[in-house]
Design a protein around this ligand. Structure first.
Ligand code: PLP
Length: 411
């Protein structure tokens, strides 16, 4: 029940709604009146394949995914996609432009934090003879010129002429840095809004190979310019369900015959990483993570009842504002210090430090005593990180904010 469960502000795997977990226990015993549990039934049973189609339809309608894009399910998390996007999009590039020289097939990375940096490192490993470029780097504009604490200014973005891949991470879970999501990205004065992704600077002409890592913000609010992306991906374990499931939205021109590309000179692509395998196999080429898909489906059905991403956008905006307001009050008292520069703050992961000897420890201890957990910062950056994913309610957020104010007043 609600009272026996702690409030989980963890960064992932993270909280799931109580009502969904209660429903899930029924499916564990008896999935869709088959008399067989979801962890036991065949992934090729009509009941499961029909459920999978429902999950796909729920994502398609909640994010308004156009028919130009396929929704695919796989495993391996965001980390496997660091590799898969490189291999699939290089294969596409070889098929589109077979006669280019290796150095004319650039991979462009936008660096805004730990996760885009990891993806960039994997790009360097897999690129072989191809060119890997940094299209923008937030560290150049950071307060200490080495941390990731800002979305770099539009003027600093430099994309290659004909890249095979343009990569960014929409929300940096560790650093608490997120792109603004103003759908049009153009303000009332007709100027592009700083902190948004500079869609207007992308190379023109062909379909742009734009890849967005949405692991920690998927389904928390609408995705701006979704149709302009080649690939959007997310692990389920933050906003959607248990770990094990990776959701992909792939533009159909990026689902290519990787073997035909390899015959031209591209690297061979492992079968389970090729988007074509997933698409041709309707995401059941091999055994999928069924329990994770099942629970994710329950979460998505509940989302639909509540009002979809529009509902979550409104709630998540209020939650985020309340926490940042309390953070600012602590900053004025010289007690808290936010990690991220104004304008680049994440809605999902609020990162800050508590100044003064032993005070961080005291804050963490007090939170645990009040039934709140998961707020210790990532081991690489330390401090405090409050994750406000969809399953964290406004009431739970209010409890944390009240505790932050109580802590400020006690100092
Ligand atoms: N990208 C982002 C933004 C993440 O937050 C994470 C994990 O937290 C990853 C990628 C890696 O995901 P996974 O652990 O599912 O491989």
């Amino acid at each position: 029940t609600e009272s026996s469960r702690v409030i989980n502000f963890g960064a992932g795997p993270s909280a799931l709604p109580d009502s969904v977990l209660e429903e899930a226990t029924k499916g564990l015993l008896n999935f869709d009146n088959t008399g067989i549990g979801i962890a036991e039934i065949s992934h090729r049973s009509p009941e499961f394949t029909s459920y999978l189609s429902t999950v796909e339809a729920l994502i398609r309608s909640q994010l308004s995914v156009p028919s130009t894009h396929s929704i695919l399910f796989t495993q391996g998390g965001g980390t496997a996609q660091f590799s898969a996007v490189v291999l699939n999009l290089l294969a596409r590039h070889w098929l589109l432009f077979p006669d280019l020289k290796d150095e004319q097939r650039g991979l462009d990375y936008v660096l805004t934090g730990t996760w885009s940096k990891s993806a960039h490192q994997e790009g360097l490993r897999l690129a072989g003879r191809h060119q890997v470029n940094v299209a923008a780097d937030g560290r150049i504009y950071s307060k200490d010129s080495k941390s990731f604490d800002i979305i770099p200014p539009h003027e600093s973005f430099k994309f290659s002429e004909n890249p095979a891949l343009i990569y960014y991470c929409e929300n940096e879970t560790v650093n608490g840095v997120q792109f603004k999501h103003d759908t049009e990205s153009v303000g009332s004065e007709g100027k592009h809004i700083e902190g948004t992704f500079p869609f207007h600077l992308l190379p023109q002409g062909t379909l742009v190979p734009l890849v967005g890592d949405y692991s920690s913000s998927f389904m928390s609010r609408p995705i701006p310019r979704l149709a302009d992306h080649a690939v959007i991906y997310a692990g389920a374990q933050k906003n959607i369900g248990p770990a094990g499931l990776t959701i992909l939205i792939v533009r159909n021109d990026c689902i290519v015959d990787v073997d035909a590309a390899a015959a031209l000179g591209a690297q061979p692509v492992p079968l389970t990483m090729a988007y074509k395998t997933l698409a041709d196999g309707k995401s059941v080429y091999n055994t999928p993570p069924m329990l994770s898909i099942y629970i994710s489906g329950l979460v998505l059905k509940r989302n639909a009842e509540l009002g979809g991403v529009q509902y979550y956008e409104a709630v998540n905006r209020r939650k985020m504002q309340k926490v940042y307001d309390a953070l600012r009050e602590g900053e004025e008292k010289g007690l808290f210090r936010g990690h991220v520069q104004h304008g680049s703050e994440s809605w999902m992961n609020v990162v800050f430090v508590i100044l003064g000897d032993g005070k961080e420890k005291a804050f963490l201890k007090g939170a645990e005593e009040r039934g709140m957990t998961g707020i210790k910062g990532h081991r690489s950056v330390g401090g405090i990180r409050v994750s406000l994913y969809n399953a964290v309610t406004e009431e739970q957020t209010d409890k944390l904010v009240a505790y932050m104010r109580e802590f400020i007043a006690s100092q």
